[in-house]
Design a protein around this ligand. Structure first.
Ligand SMILES: [Fe+2]
Ligand SMILES: [Fe+2]
Length: 144
């Protein structure tokens, strides 16, 4: 497995949880448990991804700007998660923020999988791509 496959597998977990989340309603156990799971998944992924994918790309010419942009988006996603935590779960505002979150995360994943993966594909050797995947997966495991 290379780093791209490792990240894509976790992106799919996020997409699945986002689909489920916007399908929940009001003050239900289902809504709070899916939200809790998604929040955890997003946060641990951002940690591991920044450490084992973005950081090794920062010294590579042209990649610094992309890495900065990606990290800024991680912060925006985190802010939306905080907004959801601070909003009454059964209010109409909650679902509205959840839909914003879904849109923002899906856009971010798309960006990473297309633009970012394309450029990074040329920056790392095959061995490096495999080593990064092992480190990324181990770090995710630790946090899970
Ligand atoms: Fe990301
Ligand atoms: Fe990601």
């Amino acid at each position: 497995m290379n780093i791209f496959e490792a990240i894509r597998k976790d992106h799919d977990i996020q997409r699945n949880l986002l689909d489920k989340l916007v399908d929940t309603s009001g003050d239900t156990e289902q809504r709070s448990s899916i939200f809790k799971e998604l929040k955890h998944e997003l946060r641990i992924h951002a940690n591991s991804e920044e450490r084992h994918f973005y950081k090794p790309l920062i010294p590579v010419d042209m990649m610094q700007e992309h890495a900065r942009h990606g990290i800024a988006e991680h912060h925006e996603i985190d802010e939306l998660l905080e907004q959801l935590e601070d909003t009454e779960q059964d209010s109409s505002g909650w679902l509205k923020i959840a839909k914003n979150l879904k849109e923002k995360v899906e856009h971010h994943l798309e960006d990473e999988e297309h633009t970012f993966f394309q450029l990074a594909g040329k920056a790392f050797t095959d061995t490096q791509k495999q080593e990064l995947a092992s480190k990324y997966n181990a770090h995710m495991q630790e946090q899970r």
